[in-house]
Write a protein that binds this ligand. Sequence first.
Ligand code: PMP
Ligand code: GLN
Length: 382
Amino acid sequence: LVERMRPFGTTIFSEMSALAARTGAINLGQGFPDTDGPPEMLAAAVQALSSGANQYPPLPGIPALRHAIAAHEQRFWGLSRDPDSEVVVTAGATEAIAAAVLALCEPGDEVVCFEPYYDSYAASITLAGAVRRPVTLRPGPDGRYGFDEAELRAAFGPRTRLVLLNTPHNPTGKVFTAEELALIAALCQEHDTWAVTDEVYEHLVFDGVHTPMATLPGMRERTLRISSAGKTFSCTGWKVGWATGPAPLVSAVQRVKQFLTFVNASPLQPAVAVALALPESYFTGLTAGLRANRDRLVAGLTAAGFDVLAPEGTYFVTADIRPLGGTDGVAFCRELPGRCGVVAVPTQVFYDHQEAGRHLIRFAFCKRPEVIDEAADRLKAL
Ligand code: PMP
Ligand code: GLN
């Protein structure tokens, strides 16, 4: 194994899901729903499988899916895209992120990101030989995660190549406000950098509104927007994602992507195209269900004695373990299944400055209400 990948070990999601499987605990660790996505989408996949859509699709994705991605961006975010040159289908958002970083960063270039960060960011940046410059998100007096403007400004420098921004944000549940995005956008323009935005939770916003960075003045031409079907359509195992943006950026991603996976599962592509065109009620129903789950889990964790910051979006709640006598989230999460039959994820592993997240753990609420209630009940035993 090459030197630079040695610190990475096994992803925390595999470790914690294996722990759940081994102990039979309720798995509120890895973020995946325990119900299926829209029946129209599932039927379209079955139909595609049984009607011969089983060979290599075109490199950028099938035209029907690229058109559906463009139409979805127009419908929800007012962004117009040329489906032929400004959209590429990828193996989940994960491949889009990796291909973008590999396509845009020279060795030694710097990537500004916010910590805690989704774990593949660090690995992709490292694979590219680039350097991460994390800015720490911290709980503020207003009950939201925020960042220090001076720290963000200081993270930018002559080697900054891009900002890798996730909003709504995993694991904090933070939805970046228009003002926060405007500050990041101004710094991107001042330092002439790209913005790569991971918006896989774009439809999972409970308080506030999601603003795609690409909609800010001067940002469309420098932003690569990444999303995925996994969260929006409860099909995390399908790994159908995409990147959209100006043609040169999309073409750069495609240049790399063609040698990572070449193309992705052909029968799933027409099905995701069907899902993206579902009526408004599907999307509002998804958000309403998850908002109720969020409230349920926040109430349950609070009753169990955790200090909880209600997330504005995503699948996740972060909880402070200190009121329960915990000091180290990794140790706490390793012991949790034995103590009460629940699995969570320590957020500490998503920080460079690990002390900032040592006492925080993450619970997922993309589960049926009865599962959340059972987990909350078990946690009361702590
Ligand atoms: N980005 C974030 C912030 C995530 O939480 C996840 C996990 N779903 C991904 C990217 C990966 O998405 P996908 O499964 O589509 O590769
Ligand atoms: N995105 C999901 C999470 O944060 C899981 C991703 C994974 O298992 N790699 O839980």
